[in-house]
Design a protein around this ligand. Structure first.
Ligand code: BT5
Length: 254
């Protein structure tokens, strides 16, 4: 169906016409022993989820709503790196398939002309310092024509920006190629050095003024670099550089 060129990723794809959330379904499968690389895709999600209990709108036939089951042998504390490398793989995959200038907003939103086209939701199950599974949920607005009023200024689709329809299968195929390759590279090296260099090339956040909300305190600083763990390094106005972990803060371009 997809004519995939991957070795193991997406070799089994479970398709739905309609489902509550592909992440929820992938979690169920993973919990009952489904192997690494299996993917759940749905044409529509009735209860698509974002982070922190937020909603991800997932209208029928317009986007890529998919979840990947991974079982990396890394420490649970390194799981955020899987999210980073996924953001990179999805960014490069979309760029290759469409030619559009997609960028990564740290840690893992993809934007096109400064509006969000893709979000990633990583959910993990771990026990005794070992990861049982990671569900990598990827939502991409592909052929969406319009968004609800409250999202109009912040959300967009490949079709709106590229002014044409795109083949979702071609995009999935390109993403899976990059994702398999980068995942294997990280597993082999057990470090992110090479991948972070690539990531930085696509990252819109670096060099920008950012607003950080950290433990109810708000401050403005400049995103100067990524640490070798992938955290954002922010130079505060007093010159002090602090390291921001994903999930701990929210970062907004000013
Ligand atoms: C995310 O959350 O960006 C992660 C989204 C992950 C969705 C995928 S789809 C397949 C898999 N199955 C699921 O159930 N989920 C995953 P977050 O950063 O919290 O962003 C959510 C916020 O983005 C919402 O509160 C809205 O403001 C906005 N939003 C909702 N739907 C959107 C859309 N389709 N496009 C752009 N922005 C959207």
């Amino acid at each position: 169906l997809y004519h995939l060129k991957t070795k193991w990723l997406g070799r089994k794809i479970v398709h739905y016409h309609q489902i509550d959330s592909t992440n929820k379904e992938a979690k169920k499968l993973a919990a009952s022993g489904e192997k690494e690389g299996t993917i759940v895709i749905s044409e529509e999600q009735l209860a698509g989820r974002g982070r922190l209990g937020r909603t991800w709108i997932s209208p029928a036939g317009t986007g890529i709503w998919m979840s990947v089951i991974l079982r990396p042998s890394i420490a649970p504390t390194d799981a955020s790196k899987i999210t980073l490398l996924a953001g990179l793989a999805v960014c490069e995959g979309i760029k290759e398939a469409t030619g559009l200038p997609v960028q990564i907003k740290w840690p893992n939103d993809l934007v096109l002309h400064n509006k969000k086209i893709c979000g990633i939701l990583t959910e993990m199950s771990a026990e005794m310092e070992k990861i049982n599974y990671i569900i990598l949920g990827i939502g991409i607005n592909v052929n969406t024509d319009s968004f609800p009023e409250d999202l109009k200024n912040t959300a967009t689709s490949l079709k709106i920006e590229g002014e044409k329809e795109y083949d979702r299968k071609e995009i999935v195929k390109a993403i899976l190629m990059y994702l398999e390759q980068y995942y294997e590279l990280y597993m082999k090296n057990q470090d992110m050095e090479d991948l972070l260099e690539k990531y930085k090339n696509h990252c819109l956040t670096l060099g920008k003024e950012v607003k950080i909300i950290h433990r109810n305190e708000e401050f403005i600083g400049k995103a100067v670099d990524l640490s070798k763990e992938g955290e954002l390094m922010v130079e505060k106005q007093d010159g002090q550089v602090i390291t921001v972990f994903s999930g701990e803060v929210s970062v907004r371009g000013l």
